[in-house]
Design a protein around this ligand. Structure first.
Ligand code: NAI
Ligand SMILES: O=C(O)[C@@H](O)C(=O)[C@H](O)[C@@H](O)CO
Length: 351
């Protein structure tokens, strides 16, 4: 194994943190130190991490307990404090709870113990660098970049890179080139052509040109979630039928062509310009009538009391119907099947 070029401190090893560990360990030139304050962390690590690693086949002996193998070779290390995790790291990546004050405190503590040249990455879904670095020394704002993954990062290729207004360009270039050179997951389906001789880039980092709350991926996803929730709440369609509608149309379409390329094709002669011209009345009608619903914070709900019920009546219906269709939570078997499908779809995209 090559000399460890990258020593990565993973702060927060929940859903995203563990998936990121599997992602980073696919590079032969990395070692990972994990820190998480939860009391049952080591148990959770041993129970959960192997399923992520099985997709990446990082151990030579498939029968060997992968965690013990990684710990014995020091490719994986467990820290008992944040200070221990970051003190020798070249890259520090947080996957802590999506709370601004929590991330601000984390970076402030990191700045006390980390190497002043360490790269600082946040996996946040929507909290920008400018907010996260507010309580830290200036150099944190210059080093910190959001590298927002889509779940599960050990498989999903998007890394949404969101620099802050003071993030130095070389920090952005580094995170982009790092993820571009992370090997992809193994494909699951044997009937896909596995004869490729040259590796194909798997991760697709995309750099945003300015900060916006929610970045881009989640703004798009949450716009669809809002309309979908409105339509279910109004009784127009069931949650399960809406999901089927998406997987029978938009889902497969968008696996091959994005929003604008799809409408460019849909416009026929004249492309998207013609599409927008021809469909303008219908599109404008729909845009003018999209669902205006709210999702309240606990504080807002408490403050509004009875009124809150009206503003978010859709929520109870969406939860009820989704649980009725799919059970109280997604089972491990279903999750594994969806991941297998995802790996195959991504393999097809490369062909
Ligand atoms: N769950 C998802 O689908 C995605 C989540 N994200 C983002 O990733 C981050 C983590 O999300 P999840 O993994 O879903 O959360 P999670 O709740 O599964 O894991 C968070 C972990 O952070 C630990 N933690 C709490 N305080 C900490 C601290 N001060 N230092 C280190 N660790 C600490 C907790 O013990 C927990 O294990 C959030 O910012 C979230 O927005 C990004 C993309 C997708
Ligand atoms: O959808 C995803 O995987 C990411 O875009 C997210 O950030 C998550 O959905 C997040 O919003 C929920 O934790």
């Amino acid at each position: 194994m090559s000399q460890n070029t990258h020593h990565i401190a993973i702060l927060g090893a929940g859903t995203i943190g563990l998936s990121m560990v599997a992602l980073h360990l696919r590079r032969p030139d990395t070692k990972v130190t994990i820190y998480d304050p939860r009391e049952d962390f080591t148990t959770q690590l041993r129970n959960q991490l192997p399923s992520f690693l099985e997709n990446t086949k990082t151990t030579q002996d498939e029968d060997q307990d992968p965690i013990s193998h990684l710990l014995s070779t020091s490719r994986l290390n467990i820290a008992t404090s944040l200070r221990e995790a970051v003190q020798n790291a070249t890259i520090i990546q947080e996957q802590s709870p999506e709370k601004t004050d929590s991330k601000q405190s984390l970076w402030k503590e990191v700045s006390q113990y980390a190497n002043p040249n360490a790269h600082l990455w946040s996996s946040s879904s929507g909290i920008p660098v400018s907010a996260q670095s507010e309580k830290s020394p200036t150099d944190v704002a210059e080093r910190l970049v959001v590298a927002h993954p889509f779940n599960p990062p050990h498989i999903m290729p998007l890394v949404e890179i969101v620099p802050g207004p003071r993030t130095k360009a070389e920090r952005v270039e580094f995170v982009k080139s790092y993820f571009e050179t992370v090997p992809g997951p193994k494909c699951s389906s044997k009937n896909l052509d596995q004869t490729r001789t040259e590796p194909v880039q798997h991760y697709r980092p995309i750099i945003l040109r300015k900060e916006v709350p929610g970045f881009v991926g989640n703004r798009l996803a949450f716009a669809l979630l809002r309309e979908a929730s409105y339509l279910v709440g109004e009784g127009v369609i069931s949650a399960q039928d809406l999901d089927s509608l998406v997987t029978a149309s938009l889902g497969p379409r968008w696996a091959g062509s994005g929003v604008f390329e799809s409408y460019h094709a849909g416009g026929g002669e004249g492309g998207i310009g013609a599409f927008l011209q021809k469909l303008a009345p219908t599109v404008q009608d729909v845009w003018g009538q999209l669902g205006q619903i709210d999702i309240l914070t606990d504080a807002q709900r408490a403050a509004e009391g009875e009124n809150a019920v009206q503003r978010e009546k859709w929520r109870a219906e969406v939860v009820r119907q989704t649980e009725e269709a799919y059970g109280p939570e997604v089972s491990a078997d279903v999750r594994a099947n969806k991941e297998r499908m995802l790996r195959d779809v991504l393999e097809l995209q490369k062909q």
